[in-house]
Design a protein around this ligand. Structure first.
Ligand code: TXA
Ligand code: MG
Length: 315
């Protein structure tokens, strides 16, 4: 047994009560969501939120998502709209984040929004995340529970590999089902895709009855986390690899001879769920990583987005 310095909690009633208690004290607890593990702190407590940035080594200009238990809870913190209503009805609880105008006096720490006048809100679907929100009865600010710029965690072991000793506890409830972060939609003007993710953008467009605005090259970064080099393993990453070159490990998709396969059947949902775990695993080999082509449809867009960032030159 490795002597972890971060307390390990099981997702049972005692573990949940302990996790909520730590959050009430302004301490940090990583917890599972259906997308990835989040690094949670009480969103009303500025010191807790500051500790999140410190634990991740995250640039302080990068705002956080407030996780809430319901639409009613979200409405305490943001100005609601008809578009928000339609999207929430269809996709909440679930892997969709909405950026809306911040409501004055809602009580969320300004460190959560990094001083912006908008707030990102999401109602997660994972039963443990929901139980934690219910027990705490407060919004939880939570970025992905990884050191800034590194691969996102889809298991408690990934969380500990990156943050052991830097956070109070991790609540373990097995691997995340979706495996990619939430899709982020900006609703402060023309509905805009700020980050592709767990809900396919085609599904969002069909609910809105309109195409989403996509950020043009050169347009300001409205989701500041969309820095080019992100989700980076230690190893270099080569995309659209049809075969292995000297020394590389191959991360495959579909019917291909490889070291690990995102989905032997070519299923994009399965590939999304496996993506970060495979990158964590292959990164341990210390060899460069080559990745098979992934089709640019449905969740393939979000997968390719993460892979392009993993492959980008490091800053
Ligand atoms: O699935 C997820 O969204 C996971 C789980 C834990 O919920 N969380 C997550 O958080 O991916 P994080 O911090 O790694 O990514 C949040 C993204 C960042 O790119 C950030 O810049 C953007 O959301 N964001 C947060 N608040 C924003 C705001 N007010 N306006 C624009 N972008 C915002
Ligand atoms: Mg992240």
């Amino acid at each position: 047994m490795i002597p972890y310095r971060t307390e390990y909690l099981s997702a049972d009633p005692a573990g949940l009560e302990q996790a909520a208690d730590y959050l009430r004290q302004g301490l940090l607890v990583a917890f599972p969501t259906e997308t990835v593990y989040g690094l949670g702190g009480d969103a009303r407590n500025g010191e807790a939120v500051a500790a999140i940035y410190a634990a991740k080594g995250r640039p302080s200009f990068n705002p956080l998502i407030a996780h809430v238990s319901s639409v009613e809870a979200a409405q305490r913190y943001v100005k609601w709209s008809d578009e928000a209503e339609r999207l929430a009805e269809q996709f909440w609880p679930g892997p969709l984040t909405l950026v809306l105008p911040l409501k004055a006096g809602g009580g969320v720490s300004s460190l959560v929004t990094a001083g912006l006048d908008t707030l990102a809100v999401r109602v997660p679907a994972h039963p443990t995340a929901r139980a934690l929100l219910k027990t705490l009865d407060a919004p939880i600010a939570a970025p992905s529970a990884n050191p800034s710029g590194r691969i996102s965690p889809t298991t408690a072991a990934h969380v500990l590999a990156g943050l052991d000793g830097r956070i109070t506890a991790v609540l373990d409830d097995g691997p995340c089902g979706v495996g990619l972060e939430s899709t982020i939609i900006g609703l402060t003007g023309t509905p805009t895709l700020l980050r592709p993710g767990g809900v396919a953008l085609e599904s969002v467009e069909s609910v809105l009855g309109n195409r989403l605005h996509l950020r043009e090259p050169g347009e300001p970064l409205t989701a500041p986390g969309q820095l080019l080099s992100h989700y980076a393993p230690d190893a270099s990453v080569r995309l659209n690899a049809e075969s292995q070159q000297g020394g590389e490990v191959l991360l495959g998709f579909g019917e291909v001879v490889c070291d690990m396969n995102l989905s032997p059947d070519g299923n994009l949902n399965e590939a999304a769920a496996n993506l970060f775990a495979c990158l964590h695993e292959l990164d341990k080999s210390g060899r460069p990583i080559a990745v098979s082509p992934i089709p640019e449809i449905g969740l393939g867009k979000a997968i390719n987005d993460r892979l392009r960032r993993a492959a980008a030159p490091r800053s």
